[in-house]
Design a protein around this ligand. Structure first.
Ligand code: HEC
Ligand code: HEC
Length: 292
């Protein structure tokens, strides 16, 4: 009797042990497989990003280093995507600002699919465009979305909350000291100001907006503002006040034709450098509070 029990129970235990062993191993393998697949999607997304998005949103998604396909550095026109402002929080500060009611993932996928053509963000969903070959498949849009979401664990931590955009002071005189040499580079290249405002050394060289050589003389453009206050506000919040004269007639707006996103793309140092290049001294302030 005892022998019989041993003969049935022992193999049973062995078999169950084996099943358990295989099961645990397998679920481990599945997990690594899923992780690998996830990583592959993100990698595919990185390729899509480099091919389609980096010219406007920047090589690292920070909208501060953009190149044409033949390697020329140009001013970035898109908003930063690699930023806690977009990716941290539920809703993140950016999503709260645009009153988006669903997830960050849906937002990125949605904007990438249907675009925001009136603001310069092209659509990529093939169903939304004529030139289908320019578009992306649903899988590619998912991949690039995963890639962008992944900035949040790779480049900064949301928890504890990463420092969001450094808040801009309402006093221009709080800027650090600027360097005109870097400012020249930022004015012409990084932020592409000269495409619209020309070269401050050549009178009348501006194409779209007022000529930049005049910026240092704009005391009293707005009541109680000195040039430094006014230039600072114009860059951070272009639609707050619309200048009267543009090269082709009265300036359009509000909204201003000037990109609204400098306040989330620029560091305080970059702005100080640009002002130094333009000959506008942040310490020459009327002390007025700048509108944000
Ligand atoms: C021609 C320039 C350009 C290209 C190329 C471009 N974008 Fe944009 N994108 C913009 C601009 C400009 C905005 C800001 C629109 C606005 O002000 O609402 C933007 C906004 C976005 C936003 C919303 C960001 C926010 O903070 O609201 C996402 C997400 C985005 N783009 C993803 C992409 C992806 C993904 C690609 C590549 C598949 C891409 N973009 C390619 C110009 C571009
Ligand atoms: C796409 C074109 C464009 C770009 C790029 C651009 N601006 Fe402008 N900017 C304008 C237009 C148009 C106006 C006039 C309408 C208004 O007041 O907003 C303007 C107005 C201004 C004014 C107020 C000028 C006045 O005479 O009242 C300042 C200062 C200024 N921009 C600085 C800059 C700086 C600095 C940059 C780069 C960081 C820049 N802009 C980038 C188009 C542009």
């Amino acid at each position: 009797m005892l022998k019989k029990i041993i003969l049935t129970v022992v193999p049973l235990i062995v078999v169950m042990g084996l099943i358990g062993y295989v099961f645990f191993n397998e679920s481990d393998r599945m997990e690594t497989f899923q992780e690998k697949q996830e990583a592959e999607f993100i990698e595919q997304g990185a390729l899509v990003y480099a091919d389609k998005c980096a010219t406007c949103h920047g090589t690292m998604g920070k909208a501060n280093l953009c190149y044409t396909t033949d390697g020329q550095q140009i001013g970035c026109s898109g908003r930063p995507l690699n930023t806690p402002d977009l990716l941290c929080g539920d809703p993140s500060p950016r999503l709260a600002a645009v009153e988006w009611k669903s997830t960050t993932e849906e937002y990125i996928r949605g904007i990438t699919t249907i675009g925001r053509s009136e603001k310069g963000m092209p659509a990529y969903g093939k169903e939304f465009i004529y030139e289908e070959e320019r578009g992306l498949s649903k899988q590619q849009i998912d991949d690039v979305t995963d890639y962008i979401l992944n900035y949040a664990s790779r480049d900064f931590a949301c928890d504890p909350p990463a420092l969001s955009i450094v808040p801009w002071s309402q006093q221009v005189s709080d800027l650090p000291a600027g360097d005109p040499i870097s400012g020249e580079q930022h004015f012409h290249v990084t932020y592409g100001c000269s495409a619209c405002h020309g070269d401050p050394n050549f009178e009348g060289s501006s194409a779209v907006g007022p000529w930049s050589g005049n910026f240092k003389h704009l005391d009293n453009r707005k009541a109680d503002y000195l040039a430094a206050d006014y230039v600072y506000e114009s860059i951070l919040n272009p639609s707050e006040y619309i200048s009267p004269d543009c090269p082709a007639g009265p300036c359009a707006g509000p909204p201003s034709a000037m990109p609204p996103s400098f306040s989330v793309r620029m560091s305080q140092q970059d702005l100080a450098d640009i002002m130094a290049f333009l000959g506008v001294d942040p310490q020459q302030s009327s002390g007025i509070e700048i509108q944000d």
